[in-house]
Every structure is written in structure tokens, then in C-alpha cells.
Design a protein around this ligand. Structure first.
Ligand code: MTE
Length: 322
């Protein structure tokens, strides 16, 4: 994997939030014309200033083991083209409405089949291990993709703290529910809270990341502040956002999308160009930011992470375990 360096703003340059915000606003306005032509981009709006105000610098050390040479998706696209159904089903709804979500105080309870169940304060989780910057591919089941510099550390670091028992075969992630702040909850498309899950060996894999930031800053709410997971070889929906509970369990948990549409979504949800979704192919993808008429790119097995993760599925029929 070739290395690229992500430009980040040194803390010393951030002398005043107002200066930083006006610079950002100028950049947003400068990019507005191009975004209007791109896929799913948003024109600059007062909301963008608010979204930026909720973020702060999050120092992170680039981890050379997780660098990709792919062109990064712009920060603007990463934070304005989102799936976060708690705020609505439109791609721009999370950007428009997620600023209302309250992300402090925030605790994460880690419970179930563990020797030492514990409730962590989010600010303690930020200090649990050095924050690394890793560039990951994200491939959505809707056949679009992004390349994103996330900041955080491996989920296994947290799980080791609570000492999973031998009965911990699976792990469940539960997202926050804030009825006053999440307009999408009125839509009963999902039986809230949003829940996702992994097999324990998938959860312990070093690629499975607890994410606190993106582009050198804390996560914008629409990307899952204050903490989400990123599992880059699986379709994007596996990466639950704004997590409040992590439960280790013996039986495969009922996850939100499997519960909502079992004929369309499986528990594993590994990116697999050979297994089509019942209503569309998964063989190719559209890179967000390349423009609607740009040629589609081929989707790679396990989203390009086959070397690292294919052994997790040795002997499994991935057509049945989709
Ligand atoms: N987490 C919650 N709580 N609610 C959601 O609707 N959408 C999922 C996933 N996590 C979702 C969620 C889907 S479908 C995708 S593709 C990714 O979040 C998108 O993450 P991003 O917006 O940061 O790119």
C-alpha cells in the first residue's frame, strides 16, 4: 500500500474559531458551483457553519499500515452525503438536522458476556489509546463509495478492557435515540434504536475501528458523533453511528436491516461483487465526487481488503451467508 499524507491544520494555526470558520465558509462557497454539478452535493447553507461549529481539532497520528493511494473523497461530500435515518431518509437530511443531536454528556455501556461490564464516559474513551488516522474505503449497499480519513483506534482495544467471556460469540451495537432531536424517528421504517452486529472474530479484527473523528477533527454529528464504528470490508450499513451500548452476546443478534428487510440484507453484509442485491448488481460502484457521468469502477471482493479478512470466512458459502 502506498502512503499519502493528509494535510491537517496544526492546532497552533487555530488561533480563533471565528477565523477558522470564515476560512471554512469561504472554502465552502468556493466549492459550491462544482458541488452543484456533482452527485448529491449540497449548496452552501447556514447549516454548514453550524455543523462545523460542533467539531473541534482531534490530533491523530497517521498509521502507515492503513494508507491507501486512492483519491480522498472531499470533506464536504463526506459530511453532506450521508445515510443516518434517525434524521430522515434523504442524503442531505443528516447534514440539515443532525446538529440538534446532543453529544455531551455521553456514555457508552459495554455489557453482556464480559467479565468486567463497564460504562465509559466518551472523554475517557478518547484517552483509552492513541488516536490514529487511517484511510478506509467505504462501500454502501446502494453502490456508491467514498475514501475517508477516519481517526480512532481498533475496537479490540476497548473490548479487551471488559474481558469477553467464552460465551461472547457476537457483538451488538446500539445507537442513541433522542426523540426531540431526531426527526427521522417518526418514520417507523426501522424499529428504533438502530442496531448492528458482528461476529466476535470480526469485531476483534484490527481493521474494525472505533471512530471519533474524520479529517483531523471530531466527527460531525451526521457522521455518527461522538463515536461510531467503521468496518471497511462490509457494506456501509454495518457501521453503526452514535453508539451508546455495545452488548456481547451468545446468539446472533437481530440487526435493524435484517429485521426490516431480511430478503434484501443479511447479517454478514460483506462487500461481494459476485453476489447481487435482489434488486441491483453489486459488481460496480459510483465514487462520490467523481460526478454523475464519470465511469463506474469495479467493486473489489471484500472492498479491497480480501488479503486481510478472507480467512475469517474460510469454508463459508457467501451466497447463503450474504
Ligand atoms: N447508523 C445509524 N444509527 N443510522 C443509520 O441510518 N446508516 C448506515 C451506517 N450507519 C445508519 C448508520 C449506512 S446505510 C451507511 S452507508 C453508513 O452509516 C454511512 O456512513 P457515513 O454517512 O458516515 O458515510
Amino acid at each position: 500500500m502506498s502512503k499519502i499524507r493528509i494535510p491537517s491544520i496544526p492546532a497552533s494555526e487555530i488561533t480563533s474559531e471565528a477565523v477558522w470558520l470564515s476560512r471554512r465558509k469561504w472554502l465552502q462557497q468556493a466549492g459550491a458551483g462544482a458541488l452543484a454539478l456533482g452527485a448529491g452535493g449540497l449548496l452552501s447553507s447556514p447549516r454548514s457553519t453550524l455543523a462545523a461549529a460542533s467539531q473541534s481539532v482531534l490530533p491523530a497520528t497517521p498509521n502507515p499500515d492503513y494508507w491507501l493511494s486512492n483519491k480522498l473523497t472531499s470533506e464536504k461530500d463526506v459530511s453532506s452525503y450521508n445515510n443516518y435515518y434517525e434524521f430522515g431518509t434523504g442524503k442531505s437530511d443528516p447534514f440539515e438536522y443532525a446538529h440538534k443531536m446532543e453529544t455531551r454528556p455521553w456514555t457508552v455501556s459495554v455489557e453482556g458476556e464480559v467479565a468486567k461490564p463497564r460504562t465509559f464516559d466518551i472523554d475517557d474513551l478518547l484517552k483509552l489509546a492513541p488516536i490514529e488516522e487511517r484511510i478506509y474505503r467505504l462501500r454502501c449497499v446502494e453502490a456508491w463509495s467514498m475514501v475517508i480519513p477516519w481517526s480512532g483506534y481498533s475496537l479490540s482495544t476497548l473490548l479487551k478492557q471488559v474481558e469477553p467471556t467464552s460465551k461472547a460469540k457476537y457483538i451488538e451495537f446500539v445507537t442513541a435515540v433522542q426523540p426531540k432531536n431526531m426527526p427521522g424517528l417518526d418514520d417507523r421504517i426501522i424499529n428504533w434504536p438502530y442496531r448492528e452486529g458482528l461476529r466476535i472474530d470480526e469485531a476483534m479484527h484490527p481493521l474494525t475501528m472505533l471512530v471519533f473523528g474524520v479529517y483531523g477533527k471530531t466527527l460531525p454529528n451526521q457522521n455518527g458523533a461522538p463515536m461510531r464504528v467503521a468496518i471497511p470490508w462490509k457494506y456501509g450499513f454495518k457501521s453503526g453511528k452514535s453508539i451508546v451500548k455495545i452488548r456481547l452476546v451468545e446468539k446472533m443478534p437481530a440487526t435493524s436491516w435484517v429485521e426490516t428487510a431480511p430478503q434484501e440484507y443479511g447479517f454478514y453484509a460483506n462487500v461481494n461483487p459476485q453476489v447481487a442485491h435482489p434488486r441491483w448488481s453489486q459488481a460496480t460502484e459510483r465514487r462520490i465526487g467523481d460526478g454523475f457521468f464519470a465511469p463506474r469502477v469495479e467493486t473489489l471482493m471484500f472492498n479491497g481488503y480480501a488479503e486481510q479478512v478472507s480467512s475469517l470466512y474460510a469454508g463459508m458459502d457467501l451466497r447463503k451467508n450474504y
